[in-house]
Write a protein that binds this ligand. Structure first.
Ligand code: SAH
Length: 515
């Protein structure tokens, strides 16, 4: 937060979109990134807060179906107060601020108080939730107009402004917001005013998010179906013939992993690839990192090795972390890659090879895995006798590789380039999710993710966990560790990589083993 300034700040009323964080506008993102204060409510995705500066004040003002953490009056007062202190305020509102968002009222209050405001329109749920359910709100063959209607008229209003006869007679698509509780009444009024009982209707709850749910029917049976599905707010109600297009145009909730809640246990810094790929396939990914990766407490062994790099013949990398931390130290000592020009380079696995290639170095050989046969095969044509090998890797790494190289006559220097530690920052969330039975699958991408994961469980949960949840492992070594700790992975990658893991998960669910 900035210090008190003499000039007034500006309040940006920002449409935060309907829930999918990708539906935020570029302008909205820029304003969140530069705001001193971010004020948000129930419908704005908490992911968007990640764009805020670390120093920004983040204020939640609630609003969940009438349960207001702060009243509208207090919210207005807060916005004015912050702006008068000279702070720039990003006021995030679900969907579009001017579509049933009280954005107009907030803007008027700001102007009355002499505070500057700007408005950033957002993607409204009125259009986006139907769209993600495969329902276009207009279509030339079905309708020539669309109405956005409140399903929850201000109860203090004396006379109703709801023109039910017009809604009923037109062929407009009717989109009701805030109407779930009032569904029975909405249906009754439409039918009373002459709308056909056969008119298609859909409710889309938490549209555009991984929790999206759709219930479809006609005016004659929708109330019953919604009741049976126990569908609650927030949802959009769409009434009109366009709803029938969902059958053909459905896409978002048809993706193969839609509805699956998948826990990612990798270190946060490494998780994005897996999260992105699974999310694109429709999964809801929950990051519970079990590992923290950091420079070793003592970096002098790596430094010493780098100082005497001229005396080595080979540089062998076994992981992307090894690569990252080795080069970090190399560069921090004022060297560049030319100091490695005389070395032959080996990388275990294709991803490690790619990372080394980022530094302009092409790997001479590429053992696919740590397994002894794989290493022996890759080095088969190399004369390793008396060759000095530098092996920058994790503390406490497996010994197969140095042992195999030593058998070939090499002189191996293992140095600790990085350390891993148990990350318990997600422990509470994990145990809560288990309690709520809200996890379908847990992914393990290394043995330590398994053992650290087990360490995060509260003992009483372990039995329940094994009953209800599936495990996916990146390869046989990780699976062995899992089995030794009492977990039996239902899914194992065939190629021991992240894409291999994703393929295996996909194949599992596509084969109909969806229990
Ligand atoms: N300004 C918002 C609407 C706020 S009124 C917008 O433009 O989207 C609140 C109502 O919006 C909810 O009761 C619900 O009907 C609807 N809504 C908001 N987000 C939604 C979502 N992700 N899925 C379905 N309905 C949503």
């Amino acid at each position: 937060m900035s210090d008190k300034k003499t000039t007034k700040g500006t309040v940006y009323l920002i449409g935060a979109g309907p829930g999918d964080p990708g539906l935020l506008t570029i302008k909205a993102k820029e304003y969140i990134e530069t705001a001193d204060v971010v004020v948000y409510d129930y419908l704005a995705s908490p992911h968007l807060l990640e764009y805020a500066q670390e120093s920004a004040q983040i204020i939640y003002v609630g609003k969940k179906g009438g349960d207001h953490t702060l009243t509208q009056e207090k919210i207005n007062h807060l916005l004015v107060e912050k702006a008068q202190q000279g702070l720039n305020v990003a006021r995030l509102k679900g969907g579009d601020p001017f579509v049933f968002g009280r954005g107009g009222e907030e803007a008027q209050e700001l102007l009355d108080a002499g505070v500057a405001y700007e408005l950033v329109p957002g993607v409204t749920s009125a259009i986006a939730a139907p769209a993600y359910a495969g329902i276009p709100v207009t279509h030339r063959e079905h309708t020539s107009f669309v109405s956005f209607i409140t399903g929850h008229e201000d109860p203090t209003k004396k006379e109703t402004s709801m023109q039910w006869d017009i809604f009923a007679k037109s062929n407009a698509t009717l989109v009701f917001l805030m109407g779930v509780k009032n569904l029975g009444n909405i249906v009754e009024k439409l039918v009373e005013n002459g709308k056909s009982q056969e008119t298609p209707v859909a409710l889309v709850r938490w549209g555009t998010t991984t929790k999206q749910e759709t219930v479809q029917g006609t005016l004659s049976n929708i109330v019953e179906r919604v009741k049976a599905a126990k569908l609650k707010a927030p949802a959009i109600i769409v009434v009109g013939n366009v709803v029938s297009l969902r059958k053909q145009l459905r896409w978002f909730d048809k993706r193969p992993l839609f509805g699956k809640n998948i826990v990612i246990t990798r270190a946060r810094a490494q998780a994005s690839n897996l999260v992105q790929t699974l999310s694109k396939l429709g999964a809801h990914c929950i990051e519970i990192p079990t590992i923290k990766i950091m420079a070793p407490a003592d970096i002098s062994p790596v430094k010493k090795a780098i100082e005497s790099i001229a005396g080595y013949d080979w540089l062998v990398f076994t992981s992307v972390n090894g690569v990252k931390y080795f080069f970090d130290t190399l560069f921090s000592m004022g060297n560049d890659v030319r100091s490695l020009g005389h070395l032959k380079v080996a990388c275990i696995g294709p991803v490690t090879k790619e990372r080394v290639a980022d530094f302009g170095i092409i790997s001479d050989i590429l053992p696919e895995t740590f397994r002894a046969e794989s290493v022996v095969k890759a080095f088969a044509d190399m004369d390793m006798k008396n060759k000095k090998v530098l092996l920058p890797r994790a503390k406490k790494a497996r010994t197969i590789l140095p042992e195999e190289l030593a058998k070939m006559g090499a002189i191996v220097d293992e140095v600790t380039a990085y350390e891993t530690q148990l990350d318990n920052s997600g422990q509470e969330e994990l145990n809560q999710l288990l309690e709520e039975n809200a996890i379908d699958l847990i992914t393990f991408t290394s043995s330590s993710t398994v053992s650290n994961f087990m360490a995060l469980l509260e003992t009483s949960e372990k039995a329940k966990l094994i009953e209800n949840i599936k495990f996916a492992s990146i390869g046989p070594i990780t699976s062995d560790t899992a089995r030794s700790l009492g977990l039996n992975p239902a899914i194992e990658a065939e190629s021991y990589t992240i894409p291999g893991l994703v393929d295996a998960i996909l194949a599992h669910y596509m084969n109909g083993e969806q229990s």
